[in-house]
Design a protein around this ligand. Structure first.
Ligand SMILES: Nc1nc2c(ncn2[C@@H]2O[C@H](COP(=O)(O)OP(=O)(O)OP(=O)(O)O)[C@@H](O)[C@H]2O)c(=O)[nH]1
Length: 353
């Protein structure tokens, strides 16, 4: 009998709520690849795929799937891309999927049980990132998805522990253990986890857990009760902002952050700056925090400002968001609007309160 398990390409899914640190972990994995050839699929919920530009270059393929979530609206695209990768003359040794922050990993796994794909890939690990500073609030509108992401994890990475007290750290751990008692839990910052936990089966096997086939959570994958037909249009909305002409000051960016409504959970993008030294900014907002990382631009190539916002549906209209940003740009770039003091150009941080 043909042993399909040995010929299938191992696949890892990195999931976790908006801004929990998925791209940070993915970059760490790729940077420590040690010659291993990865193919990376990154999915952004909005119509601008920012993640593809934030992922460090990989020896192999990087595929960006945007304008929908791979667990529902663009599931077929995911399967097609993975099939193509598997059929390359020199296929990757490992496929890593970074799902969007609003994805349900179970539905992604389910895609790989389809007959046309199940002989090609082996879903080995589902990693769920958790922002320790953004404890899952049962009353929050996103709690349902955040729980679903934790519940299916083989490995829960409690990230951003630098931001919390030891008491909160213990509380988060206890909460995760309640939701998914069988999973491995690693607490860390900036996705620094032993990569052996992901790729070394001896190490993984040494940590007691139920075999996948016996695990009710995973059996559920095969059942009819899944998220087919579900999409996130009722749970989350995304908005995009693009400008090819405007350059933004730090002051303008700070004003945008201060004026954003609370229903915006996540924002990220590239911002053209008024700095004049050729650097642009990678802007990140996750929950209460935001930051701008200065990055050298390619000489002679003008940076387009592109920002994606994700939040509760109805939080703002496209026009109001554009007005909010343009107003902040206009007033904060006006030299008469007051001094703008930047103390640390390398680590611009503003609190979202
Ligand atoms: N303080 C702190 N910040 C972190 C840590 N890990 C990641 N970040 C920051 O959190 C922000 C979001 O990180 P990403 O890796 O982009 O998060 P993500 O889960 O890929 O985001 P989405 O794809 O939008 O859901 C970035 O500004 C990171 O630099 C950490 O351990 N501590």
């Amino acid at each position: 009998m043909l042993d399909i398990s040995s010929s299938r390409i191992p696949l890892t899914i990195i999931g976790g709520f908006l801004g929990s640190g998925k791209t940070t972990l993915l970059n760490r994995i790729i940077s420590s690849a040690d010659g291993r050839r990865f193919a990376v699929i990154v999915n952004d919920f909005g119509d601008i795929n920012i993640d593809a530009r934030l992922v460090v270059s990989v020896e192999g393929e990087t595929i960006a799937l945007s304008n929908g979530c791979i667990c529902c609206v663009i599931r077929d695209d995911l399967v097609t891309e993975v099939q193509k990768l598997c059929r390359l003359p020199d296929p990757p040794e490992h496929i890593i999927i970074e799902s969007s922050g609003v994805s349900r990993p179970l539905s992604i796994v389910d895609s790989f049980f389809r007959p046309e794909i199940r002989q090609l890939v082996d879903v080995q690990t589902i990693i769920t990132l958790l922002d320790a500073d953004l404890v899952v609030d049962e009353a929050a509108t996103y709690a349902d998805i955040a729980y679903a992401q934790i519940a299916v994890a083989d490995l829960v990475v409690v990230n951003k522990i630098d931001l919390v007290s030891s008491a909160q750290r213990a509380a988060v751990r206890a909460q995760v253990e309640r939701i998914v008692p069988r999973a491995r839990i690693v607490e860390t910052t900036f996705g620094r986890i032993p990569l052996a936990l992901l790729f070394d089966h001896d190490v993984s096997a040494a940590i007691p857990r139920l075999p996948r086939e016996m695990d009710p959570t995973h059996l559920h994958v095969h059942s009819a009760n899944d998220d087919h037909g579900h999409d996130h249009s009722g749970d989350f909305s995304s908005w995009g902002y693009r400008s090819t002409e405007k350059s933004f000051s730090f002051n303008a960016i700070q004003r945008i952050v201060e004026k954003l409504p609370r229903g915006i959970y996540r924002a990220k993008g590239l911002i053209r700056l008024t700095l004049g030294n050729g650097e642009h900014g990678i802007f990140q907002l996750a929950g209460r925090r935001s930051s701008l990382k200065l990055t050298p631009s390619t000489p002679g190539v003008a940076v387009t400002t592109e920002i994606v916002f994700i939040g509760q549906p109805g939080t703002i209209t496209d026009n109001d968001l554009r007005d909010l940003i343009d107003d902040a740009w206009r007033t904060a770039n006006d030299p008469l609007s007051g001094p703008h003091i930047v103390t640390d150009l390398r680590a611009f941080q503003v609190e979202f309160v």
